[in-house]
Design a protein around this ligand. Structure first.
Ligand SMILES: Cc1cc2nc3c(=O)[nH]c(=O)nc-3n(C[C@H](O)[C@H](O)[C@H](O)COP(=O)(O)OP(=O)(O)OC[C@H]3O[C@@H](n4cnc5c(N)ncnc54)[C@H](O)[C@@H]3O)c2cc1C
Length: 453
């Protein structure tokens, strides 16, 4: 651990680690403190003792438009641990055998997406044209009526553009819940517009999905730690920050639970809002800022991992339309190096799962298995060997218009204190890319302050 580091970072998720890597790259000495035993925060993996498989806390997908994340992974040398689709391709099942693919064409953007939508068989021609018009209207409002769009929910926007119930059910709502982790009646239309702009109205390769072929921790945690430590920094886990010391309107040190104080010239706090409120004195936020932070709610994601005695689909992932379960991920296909021994290892995701988060695990497993058997009848012949239900009750901040408006920026009223995390105002929903953008912005602010432009 450097005697007196240039920068102290609190939090070892995507935001804190990407900040640490950006600073270490510029030869600033970093001391990063993570409260838990392992790095990774809300995107981590572990070895399941019973099955011997690597398990993610929840399946994560990246997109080609995650430019900052891909650059971060490139710097730490793990970008090749992602499978990259050539074109966006999503299989959506609306009942047994009733499948349609949302598949972009090999055309320059945005025509790749226009063509993809025109070939999406869950919609009739009128719905396809109407969905396209709604997409363009959304882009128009994003540019010329931003404030109005930001105050609308996705459901209100769909109402105002007369989207049919079939277009909502099979296209708009699965897209909204998957990318914003919120129900359309609550989710901000402004945030959906940002996703659509970056993912669908940009270059063809920005629309493609990428998924890790290794556990999440193996994707970035160890490699980021090595990168920082090789450049004279240090990463400590089980190091809970309890508070800060102030001197002349600046942070002078962070107080750790073991009783030690760690001094530095600059501080980046990359923790979720609830922990931030506990860590920093109320005076730092001011009355208005504190109240704003309190309005930020969170939205859960449920992930159920299931081991069947056989493979029941050869697709890597499938969207379910009209069931409680939203996505199936076939881990055998995704985890290239571990999958072969466990052909029936599947992960199911339910996002925006506020109403389900308090249900017992047995009930959630039953729901998932009923939905699986309904959508893929071949699964009825498979035997369930093991299951694991993981509930992330605070998976992301709830991206409703009021919460989105309450997100703070990276700089604070304290000149040497910067915030990072997926919930900081980046213009994006709470995603890996938002976390990395905020982490790198905080690092850039520190670099400017340290005069290392
Ligand atoms: C189940 C699930 C599925 C998801 N799917 C996707 C997806 O498909 N695509 C996508 O882009 N995003 C997805 N996300 C969101 C993504 O995981 C997050 O946006 C991202 O991981 C947030 O990173 P972060 O660094 O901002 O915060 P965190 O990962 O929460 O990191 C904060 C860290 O700070 C530490 N900490 C907190 N308080 C203290 C303290 N006092 N002292 C020291 N350390 C402290 C915490 O332990 C934690 O490690 C998903 C999230 C979940 C939960």
């Amino acid at each position: 651990m450097p005697e007196v580091p240039d920068v102290v970072i609190i939090g070892g998720g995507f935001a804190g680690l990407s900040a640490g890597v950006a600073l270490a790259e510029r030869e600033l000495r970093v001391a990063l403190f993570e409260g838990r035993q392992a790095l990774g925060g809300r995107a981590y993996s572990f070895c399941d003792m019973e099955s011997g498989d690597v398990v993610d806390n929840g399946q994560h997908l990246l997109m080609g438009c995650y430019h900052q994340t891909l650059d971060f992974l490139g710097k730490i040398g793990t970008r090749n641990r992602l499978i990259v689709q050539r074109n966006l391709e999503i299989q959506m099942l609306d009942g047994p055998g009733r499948q349609a693919h949302l598949r972009t064409a090999s055309l320059p953007g945005p025509f790749h997406m226009t063509m993809g939508l025109m070939r999406y068989k869950h919609l009739n021609l009128a719905d396809r044209l109407s969905a396209m018009w709604a997409g363009m209207r959304m882009m128009y409002m994003r540019r010329f009526a931003r404030a109005r769009l930001a105050s609308m929910t996705v459901a209100e926007f769909m109402e105002s553009t007369a989207q049919s119930s079939q277009a909502r059910r099979t296209f708009w709502y699965p897209l909204t819940i998957a990318t914003l982790n919120e129900q359309p009646a609550l989710a901000s239309a402004g945030l959906l517009a940002e996703v659509i702009k970056r993912a669908f109205f940009a270059r063809r390769k920005d629309s493609a999905l990428l998924y890790p072929t290794v556990g999440l921790s193996e994707l970035y945690c160890d490699a980021a730690r090595d990168f920082i430590e090789k450049r004279g920094g240090a990463v400590a886990s089980r190091a809970i920050a309890d508070g800060v010391e102030m001197r002349e309107n600046m942070i002078s040190a962070v107080r750790l639970r073991d009783g030690t104080n760690r001094r530095a010239a600059n501080f980046i706090v990359a923790v979720p809002p609830i922990q931030l409120r506990r860590l920093l004195p109320q005076a730092i936020f001011g009355e208005r800022g504190g109240a704003q932070l309190d309005t930020l709610k969170s939205s859960p994601i449920i992930c159920v991992h299931v081991w069947l005695d056989r493979e029941v689909t050869n697709s890597a992932f499938v969207g379910f339309v009209g069931t409680t379960t939203q996505w199936l991920f076939n881990k055998r296909r995704i985890f290239s190096q571990y999958g072969a021994q466990h052909p029936g290892y599947l992960s199911f995701i339910i996002s925006g799962a506020r109403e389900l988060a308090e249900l017992p695990n047995d009930a959630l497993l039953k729901t998932i298995m009923t939905d699986l058997n309904e959508m893929i009848p071949a699964a009825k012949h498979a035997r369930l060997i093991r299951s694991l239900v993981l509930k992330e009750k605070h998976a992301t901040f709830a991206p409703d218009p009021a919460s989105d408006a309450a997100r703070p920026p990276v700089p604070t009223a304290i000149p040497n204190l910067f915030l990072a995390g997926d919930w900081i105002q980046t213009g994006l929903p709470a995603t890996i890319e938002s976390a990395v953008i905020s982490g790198r912005s905080a690092a850039a602010a520190v670099i400017r302050r340290a005069g290392r432009n």
